[in-house]
Design a protein around this ligand. Structure first.
Ligand SMILES: NC(=O)c1ccc[n+]([C@@H]2O[C@H](COP(=O)([O-])OP(=O)(O)OC[C@H]3O[C@@H](n4cnc5c(N)ncnc54)[C@H](O)[C@@H]3O)[C@@H](O)[C@H]2O)c1
Length: 390
């Protein structure tokens, strides 16, 4: 007979976009539906969510809708219950550090959305506190699990590129100002004083994507700007957008690869996907997006001839070859869910989990150095973090 154990998971910030959709519905409830997380010995771990937030009515309605037994507006009450082994945080970034410290003090294992903290000092403090308390810790690094990037990783591991020279990333789309069409993202993202800003938001993603696929970021040169200075919030009130809404960055990686990534909430999409990375290597090139990945091998590279006097005669996009899914019958699972399962195995089975608070701190470090580079107009080298010094 299969043995089963139950873990209580305190989920804070579950009324938010990420907390609700990606983590509660598409991860924890999806895991519940599939009968829990399978461990190496064949036993299973069932997750029991405890919803925590500020608005009792919203929490009650959400618990009723999904048949969840436990919810509370009091974090301490949820943390006091020894059945609750894991604390998860998807609150606004500014509320995160304090809540995680409280959960560490209560002896919980911690899993959190990024960025782990608002400053590098704060992020390293969290890493040290979690280590000192002997609790396990992890941070969401969902982009690595995107089908397009999994295909890219497969190409890298298979030696497709030869020597990788450069990476060019384009990320973003138009986020409406909120006056004549509603903004698609919460307004706090556009106020620096509330933890907003595209550098803080996206550079922690670029940190782990670059590090895990191409090499650790050793230096950054960035220009962060606020293209749209005025926006309208959820109540239709006009507010000054004090945070950067676009960032143009150059990242120098260990091993010599140069990556350049544009991130913008003020760009209209003329690409196949909302994020795309072009990787050029001596043996071949690839363009990877959220789901797709196309390649052009050295042997199939055409001979473009620069002649502005003549119209273009070939379709450059059609000269690339699609990489198949090859991911088994189930296709690619949702990356947020895959990472939750890995973290649960890390907690219960001591399985390895690379995306810990120190990795989270490297993301915060890159954001901090990117903003400094922009403010001071210079290239910034990133010291290697060992978790001991800030
Ligand atoms: N991994 C990703 O791809 C990804 C994408 C978007 C956002 N995020 C991260 O997830 C976190 C939440 O972002 P979101 O887009 O879901 O935001 P959101 O505004 O939709 O949700 C924020 C949540 O925090 C709660 N909250 C707690 N204290 C608050 C306060 N003082 N003011 C306002 N809300 C408060 C809200 O009730 C809500 O549940 C952020 O840290 C963000 O960086 C990650």
């Amino acid at each position: 007979m299969t043995t089963t154990q139950t873990l209580g998971v305190v989920m804070n910030g579950v009324t938010g976009r990420m907390g609700y959709r990606q983590h509660l519905v598409r991860s924890i409830l999806a895991i519940r539906e599939q009968g829990g997380v399978a461990l190496a010995d064949g036993s299973r771990v069932v997750l029991e969510p405890v919803l925590v937030g500020r608005d009792a009515d919203k929490l009650r309605a959400m618990a009723d809708r999904h048949g969840i037994a436990a919810w509370t507006t009091n974090l301490d009450t949820a943390l006091a219950d020894p059945a609750n082994t894991i604390y998860f945080d998807a609150q606004v970034t500014t509320a995160r550090e304090k809540a995680i410290h409280t959960a560490i003090a209560a002896g919980k294992h911690i899993y959190t959305e990024k960025p782990t903290a608002e400053t590098l000092t704060g992020a390293l403090d969290l890493a040290r506190a979690a280590d000192a308390a002997g609790v396990k810790h992890g941070v969401v690094q969902d982009k690595l699990f995107l089908p397009g990037l999994l295909k890219l990783r497969r190409l890298i591991q298979g030696g497709f590129f030869g020597r990788i020279l450069s990476v060019r990333g384009e990320f973003g789309y138009w986020v409406f100002e909120g006056d004549w069409q509603a903004a698609q993202r919460p307004s706090w993202n556009y106020r620096a004083e509330d933890g907003g800003g595209i550098v803080v938001d996206m550079f922690c993603h670029w940190s782990y994507v670059l590090e895990n696929l191409f090499g650790r970021v050793e230096a950054v040169t960035a220009k962060a700007v606020t293209h749209i200075p005025t926006r309208w919030d959820e109540q239709g009130r006009e507010y000054p957008a004090t945070a950067d809404d676009a960032a143009y960055g150059i990242f120098e990686l260990a091993g010599g690869v140069v990556a350049q990534i544009n991130s913008s909430w003020a760009v209209r999409v003329n690409r196949d996907e909302l994020v795309e990375f072009q990787v050029d290597g001596t043996e071949g090139s690839a363009v990877a997006g959220l789901r797709r990945c196309r390649v052009q091998h050295r042997s199939a590279t055409p001979t473009p001839v620069w002649n502005p006097d003549l119209p273009v005669t070939e379709s450059f996009r059609d000269q690339w070859q699609e990489i198949p899914d090859n991911a088994g019958d189930s296709g690619f699972d949702n990356g947020f869910k895959v990472q939750w399962e890995d973290f649960v195995r890390h907690v219960v089975d001591d399985a390895p989990f690379a995306f810990d608070f120190l990795a989270g701190a490297r993301g915060v470090q890159l954001a901090e150095c990117g903003l400094r580079s922009s403010a001071e107009g210079r290239r910034i080298e990133l010291p290697v973090l060992d978790g001991k010094s800030a």
